[in-house]
Design a protein around this ligand. Structure first.
Ligand code: BGC
Length: 353
């Protein structure tokens, strides 16, 4: 293990311990009457209080989600607190419990583990708190609402942009975290597009792996060690997001730019790679759109409103009322009409002054 990895592990361990200690302290204070606790922990008991539980803040996109969601909730006159679990499901459950103890009126959750997070729904419902799954689905629970993008379509856009450029040869699939339902859907979408080419023998899929915790370094190391021990020359890599795409581009080394690589999230580093030609595309999913929609939904739910949605998604337990937004494919040709036009990133962010 590299010293950087060791340091990261140590940091994760320390933050987990700290959160567990904090969790224990808060559980103690919450053993007073609920009303009493509410008054101690909420700055204004008359205001709606929203809890936002994130998997991680290590990726740019989630930092933006946090900022946009908190801003939108406050704009609607409510109070909000965000906690992030750094990829640890047990920590996430503790954090959800902390917020429930603080008296949140609604919980908005980006689950670390789609199945493991069902416990959060159980804990929240026991306290009369409704749960909204944000971007990632919580499976196997009586979840109240699900708000995301069409994630199968995200995978289809990724593979489609690649096969528009190269529709035969040696391909790799670099997926996300297998405990994230989205990673399964992205792969499903990509395979919808790739399967006919694989079946006809035009595409040879030599590598197909998920990436624990979506870690870019892990994506890089796994692909690099595959390339080192197999004499293959890749033509394309369908990578599930910009983080893993960054790892892929590093693993490709001198061949970066010759190999088509997909991504997702329109993160600055990803969009810069698209502009310079080492990454073929990214998928733009408007963070402002999902965050503002989630804030509205959270306030409606906290106010006891029943919301009817156009679609439902089955999470293995029930048909969950769902709102699914549209993702957009971004290539070097349409960066200006998409993410710059929408103000997601500026011209100088991407191309420099
Ligand atoms: C999100 C992606 C993100 C990934 C890693 C997925 O659930 O939909 O936008 O890149 O998680 O955090």
């Amino acid at each position: 293990m590299s010293s950087k990895n060791k340091a990261n592990r140590l940091l994760l361990l320390l933050s987990t311990l700290l959160l567990l200690v904090l969790g224990a302290c808060n559980t103690e204070s919450a053993s007073d009457s609920n009303e009493d606790t509410d008054q101690k922990l909420r700055s204004n008991p008359d205001q709606i209080y929203v809890g936002f539980v994130l998997d991680t803040l290590r990726e740019e996109r989630w930092y933006r989600d946090k900022e946009a969601f908190e801003g939108a909730v406050r704009e609607l006159g409510a109070e909000v607190k965000t906690l992030a679990a750094n990829g640890n499901q047990q920590v996430q459950i503790q954090q959800a419990q902390l917020l429930i103890n603080e008296g949140v009126d609604v919980l908005v959750v980006v689950p670390t583990d789609a199945d493991g997070a069902s416990e959060i729904v159980t804990l929240a419902h026991a306290a009369g708190v409704k749960v909204i799954s944000y971007d990632r689905l919580i499976r196997g629970a009586d979840l109240d609402y699900y708000l995301s993008f069409d994630n199968v379509k995200v995978g289809e856009l990724q593979a489609q942009e690649i096969v528009n450029r190269v529709d035969q040869g040696t391909f790799a699939y670099v997926g996300g975290s297998e405990t994230d339902n989205n990673a399964i859907l992205f792969r499903e979408g990509a395979m919808n597009v790739l399967k006919p080419f694989i079946d006809s023998g035009a595409i040879n899929l030599v590598y197909d792996n998920y990436t624990e915790n979506w870690e870019p370094e892990r994506a890089r190391d796994q692909l690099a060690s595959f390339l080192a021990s197999n004499s293959v020359q890749l033509d394309a890599v369908v990578a599930a997001n910009d983080g893993t795409a960054g790892g892929v581009v590093e693993a490709l080394g001198a061949r970066a730019g010759e190999v088509e690589v997909s991504g997702q999230d329109a993160e600055l580093a990803g969009v810069r790679r698209v502009a310079e030609g080492t990454q073929t595309m990214t998928v733009y999913k408007s963070i402002v759109l999902i965050a503002e929609r989630a804030a509205e939904l959270a306030i409606q739910v906290a106010s006891g409103e029943e919301i009817t949605t156009e679609s439902t998604v089955n999470n293995g337990q029930a048909d969950i009322p769902s709102i699914l937004l549209e993702p957009i494919a971004v290539t070097a040709e349409n960066i200006r009409e998409t993410i710059i036009k929408e103000g997601h990133l500026s011209e100088s962010d991407i191309y420099g002054e």
